[in-house]
Write a protein that binds this ligand. Structure first.
Ligand SMILES: [Zn+2]
Length: 187
């Protein structure tokens, strides 16, 4: 399993070794350690990497895999339930799915049309974010960054994308946002 580090991937924190690793690997494919898998982050030989730092995933090891909700043991779908502890079966398994794992749904990411958009909607202002490939919706109290696939919103939550049917704004505003973005995508 490999991930492609964004050409302009940010290096958060102040660990020099981590920063150097990011700098050295920008724009490159790197190997992911698959012993422990997550919905929105990846262990590499040196660094923990988040969805918001990568462009794409290949040979995703999360296909047909999940994690025991009680003890976190990695599970394959043919195993059905974890039997490591007495408590495991009742807690079930959290399977990786395209619904809960952004890059399973979009292995090559989800790009945003290059056309500019600037639109006032109620008290909100919709625009294309200067931060890589996102739309931005903001007013004086709230600001959100997201992607949109014509149906669902993928709201950036700091390290990854949260799949949402509805944006956390008044319904009338969201309706206008959908209309505007739908128009952009169809053109
Ligand atoms: Zn377990």
């Amino acid at each position: 399993m490999q991930i492609k580090i964004k050409a302009d991937a940010y290096a958060s924190g102040n660990n020099p070794q981590y920063t150097k690793w990011i700098e050295d690997n920008r724009g490159k494919w790197v190997e992911v350690e698959t012993d422990h898998l997550f919905n929105n982050q990846y262990n590499t030989d040196t660094a923990r990497i988040y969805d918001t730092q990568i462009d794409a995933v290949r040979d995703d090891a999360r296909v047909n895999m999940g994690k025991c909700s009680y003890c976190g043991t990695m599970m394959h779908q043919k195993e059905l339930i974890c039997l490591k502890h007495a408590e495991c079966p009742e807690h079930g398994v959290n399977w990786f799915t395209p619904e809960n794992t952004f890059f399973l749904k979009y292995p090559n990411g989800l790009s945003v049309p290059t056309k500019e958009v600037t639109q006032k909607i109620g008290t909100y202002f919709l625009s294309k974010s200067l931060i890589d490939e996102h739309y931005e919706l903001r007013n004086c109290r709230k600001r959100m960054l997201f992607k949109f696939d014509g149906r669902m919103f993928y709201v950036r939550d700091g390290i990854g994308y949260k799949r949402m049917r509805f944006l956390d704004v008044p319904q009338a505003v969201e309706k206008k946002v959908r209309e505007k973005l739908g128009e952009l995508m169809s053109r």
